[in-house]
Design a protein. Structure first.
Length: 418
């Protein structure tokens, strides 16, 4: 391949990605589930390059040793997806294809991270600018929608006759969820390029969007991210350890939810908490109690969806009718892994997190990039422990988007150092 051809190919690839970043705010506002196909389109320039296959997979398999965290982590997530596939055959839901719902975001996310780490200096600037502006613009429009009760969605067909258009506003909240993890790498990029004031402005847009759109988990996630950012800026090396081990501990201790004093929480929160929050406590406790019955292998992928049909009911304060002790999913990633994938799923996922932590530490990212990593991880952790399901591909795509932002921040910092 000639140098001229490579230059034209790279320019076309990057212009393709810049155009997609223009569409990202629209995607978040009008269809949060579209973040997954959007990310797939973003990954095409990497997948169509021979050097991606040569370097990304070459580095993995040239020295295949479990002593190498990168290789070990890749094997761990492959086994995790393989176990999802196998468990689908004994699950009453019979959905072995769910393995690809997890594997696809992993591979696509890895490709966009690789692409972000292999940019020239000038394109590191340009693509990082586009990322930060796209996330800020998306949060800005979502803030506008929250303040106006969905004005932009209301003026576009089809009309929604629902009183107060509640489902529409919740969908806007999901748009905030899709962008929230990426908010922190976007702020890191803004700080490097335009200064601290710009970083605070980006974060303020995210806080405003979360507060004005009706998903409490977004407020919790961004608040957790801001707290983690403060810690990371003070103690970057230690914060990586705290974040990684924190995720692993939360995963391993998830079944402790069986000990939740549901009735006491119902009595204390009957007048102070929405029924949806109280219902979630009952779900977590019921799932925690159900987990031992399925060990060691788990009940199988998407068991929760089938269990809902036969699960007992619970009277939740404020609810109009008795509610099932399980919804379509447990509203907690870690409980879902325990319930549906058993010990093989738990241990392989925990090992994947451990390897990822070692890879990040070995890269020795600068303080501001560490802050972006830890903050994004804290935002993700808060969200997936309150409402997430592992089968929601758009949530996994949101994590991959944040990972790309971290990679762009790292590339930008490296380019500035040069």
């Amino acid at each position: 391949m000639t140098a001229g051809w490579r230059e034209r190919r790279d320019r076309a690839s990057l212009r393709w990605q810049l155009a997609l970043f223009v569409l990202l705010p629209i995607t978040a506002v009008f269809g949060h589930k579209g973040v997954a196909p959007w990310l797939l389109l973003l990954s095409l320039p990497a997948f169509l390059r021979g050097d991606f296959w040569q370097t990304a997979f070459g580095q993995l398999f040239d020295r295949p040793s479990l002593a190498r965290p990168m290789f070990a982590g890749f094997i761990a997530i492959l086994f995790f997806c393989f176990w999802i596939f196998i468990s689908g055959f004994w699950s009453p839901a019979q959905h072995p294809s769910l393995a690809f719902w997890v594997l696809a975001p992993v591979l696509v996310g890895g490709s966009v991270v690789w692409f972000a780490l292999h940019l020239s200096d000038i394109w590191s600037y340009r693509l990082a600018y586009a990322f930060a502006i796209a996330i800020a613009a998306g949060m800005g429009v979502l803030l506008l929608e929250g303040l106006t009760e969905g004005f932009l969605r209301s003026v576009l067909p089809p009309d929604d006759p629902t009183p107060n258009r509640g489902e529409d506003i919740i969908a806007l909240g999901r748009g905030v969820t899709a962008l929230a993890p990426a908010l922190f790498p976007a702020a890191a990029i803004a700080a490097m390029v335009w200064g601290r004031g710009a970083a605070f402005a980006v974060l303020a847009l995210g806080v405003g969007a979360a507060v004005t759109n009706d998903v409490t988990a977004n407020v919790a996630g961004i608040a957790a991210g801001l707290a983690a950012c403060a810690v990371a800026l003070k103690a970057p090396t230690r914060s990586l350890d705290i974040a990684g081990w924190g995720v692993i501990v939360c995963l391993l201790l998830a079944p402790v939810a069986m000990l939740l004093p549901v009735q006491s929480i119902f009595e204390a929160g009957a007048d102070a908490m929405p029924s949806s929050w109280l219902h979630r406590v009952a779900i977590w406790q019921a799932v925690g109690e159900k987990i031992p019955e399925g060990l060691p292998l788990g009940f199988g992928a998407d068991f929760s969806r089938v269990w809902e049909d036969t699960a007992p009911k619970v009277i939740v304060p404020g609810a109009a009718y008795p509610m099932s002790v399980i919804s379509l999913h447990p509203h907690n990633f870690f409980l879902q892994i325990w319930l549906e994938l058993g010990l093989p799923g738990v241990l392989s996922f925990a090992f994947f997190i451990y390897c990822g932590m070692r890879v990040l530490k070995a890269a020795e990212p600068p303080r501001i990039v560490v802050a972006a990593i830890v903050s994004a991880l804290a935002a993700v952790l808060a969200s997936i422990m309150i409402e997430g399901s592992i089968w929601q591909v758009w949530r996994l795509a949101a994590m991959a988007l944040a990972a790309m932002g971290v990679a762009l921040a790292f590339s930008l910092r490296r380019a500035r150092a040069r």
